[in-house]
Design a protein around this ligand. Structure first.
Ligand code: BGC
Length: 416
């Protein structure tokens, strides 16, 4: 009896010791905004891979496309002195948090995993804080895409438009047939997404760079910018009356269901088509939105300074897995994006992903690979917010294009 009790006691002790060790070896709390159908499937893959590698994941999803609500949640946690260990953060916002003294250095992982050899230089730069890696890149999303329901276009005898005049003609034809031409959700970041796509399409790469990277006031008030707002006014006429406040994925669902013909949205929209079992080139069509260039939007996780060896080990494990080949393939197949890691085979990817990779290479060679302003890659928070406020004020009122460019230049000047 005594012997029996003793061995049970020993096993219980061993089990407790073992599980305590495995539970606390690597853990990470992750703040992200991937909550739509396609996004949730994609992030579930990351969670699975993290736990397959012995990590313990604490999920902190904050719903809201584009991440505005997630950023508000982050500020609250940071103010309370308790930021999550890993945060979905992008572009110059990474540097802004670094300047607040909040980010950790993950150069040791970058070095052992050879990130300098595996990442395109322009993207690696976004991940560095004063030359040291402080964030891990997940993917490359392209923003300037036009999505369509194949059957709806076919029934209306419409080809995928290749310039804005063709787009307008298609939209007017659809409207006369009683079909909603453009699925859109009236949220500021979605208005901004369409605006930057139209700006690239009408103005071209140099115009885009001068306006939204350099914030050149002459460009902001130019005749070309007036033409961009004119096209925005036309687009306002192509959305259905219930667009206000609609989430982006519900707009994508309108295209999936054939309630609307087109959506202008980054390729996270493809994640929704794929999650609904739809096939690229058959059920839905993708085409670069009219214009020459490529607006990139790279998701990444910044690591915040946290205490505890288990949390630091969790951050390192997460960073390592994110740039790993397995994750880069499986996650991006689901998310709609393409791998950020160079040299990956795209054999299992669809035609939209392959086009994205080809167009990105061409854009890079022709100086038309551009950071998305609407998705936080080009500008710091204040000027980006000022532009978006003006765009949305114009979209939701009868403001003239002339007044809009004046308001734009003024808002940008005040933000600096
Ligand atoms: C992010 C995507 C996300 C989308 C909609 C973008 O800013 O980069 O990963 O799917 O917002 O929430």
């Amino acid at each position: 009896m005594f012997k029996f009790n003793k061995s049970i006691f020993l096993s219980v002790c061993l089990l407790a010791l073992f599980s305590a060790k495995s539970v606390s070896a690597s853990e990470v709390e992750v703040l992200h905004w991937w909550t739509s159908g396609g996004e949730a499937k994609a992030v579930a893959m990351l969670m699975q891979e993290f736990s397959d590698n012995g990590g313990v994941w604490t999920d902190m999803p904050v719903a809201g496309g584009g991440g505005d609500a997630a950023m508000t949640a982050l500020r609250a946690r940071a103010l309370a002195g308790n930021p999550p260990a890993a945060v979905q953060l992008k572009g110059p916002a990474i540097q802004e948090w670094y300047e607040e003294g909040m980010l950790a250095d993950i150069s040791s992982v970058a070095q052992s995993e050879k990130w300098d050899d595996l990442l395109p230089k322009v993207i690696a730069e976004h991940m560095k804080c004063e030359g040291k890696y402080c964030a891990a890149p997940v993917n490359v999303h392209r923003v300037d895409w036009l999505w369509a329901n194949a059957q709806v276009l076919n029934n209306a005898n419409i080809d995928m438009p290749t310039n804005w005049d063709e787009f307008n003609a298609a939209a007017e034809k659809l409207q006369s047939m009683g079909i909603v031409p453009l699925a859109h959700g009236g949220q500021a970041w979605q208005d901004a997404t369409i605006f930057e796509v139209v700006a690239l399409g009408i103005g071209g790469a140099n115009f885009f760079r001068k306006a939204f990277v350099e914030l050149d006031s002459q460009t902001l008030t130019s005749a070309t910018m007036i033409a961009v707002f004119d096209q925005m006014r036309k687009i306002r006429g192509y959305v259905d009356p219930n667009f206000s406040g609609r989430d982006w994925n519900l707009a994508t669902a309108m295209v999936i269901n054939g309630e609307a013909a087109f959506q202008i949205m980054g390729d996270w929209a493809k994640g929704e088509f794929v999650a609904a079992g739809k096939v690229a080139g058959k059920d839905f069509l993708c085409a670069a939105a009219p214009g020459n260039g490529f607006l990139y939007n790279v998701d990444s996780f910044a690591m915040f300074s946290v205490k505890g060896s288990d949390k630091i080990a969790g951050q390192k494990l997460l960073a390592k897995l994110i740039v790993g080949e397995n994750f880069q393939k499986n996650f991006n197949l689901t998310k709609g994006s393409i791998p950020v890691r160079v040299g990956m085979s795209l054999d299992d990817f669809d035609s939209c992903a392959r086009q994205s990779a080809n167009d990105m290479a061409t854009a890079s060679a022709t100086n038309s690979l551009l950071p998305s302003y609407a998705h936080g890659m080009a500008l710091r928070g204040a000027p980006a917010g000022a532009i978006t406020d003006t765009v949305t004020a114009h979209f939701n009122s009868k403001m003239s294009s002339q007044d809009a460019v004046k308001a734009l230049a003024k808002a940008v000047a005040n933000s600096q």
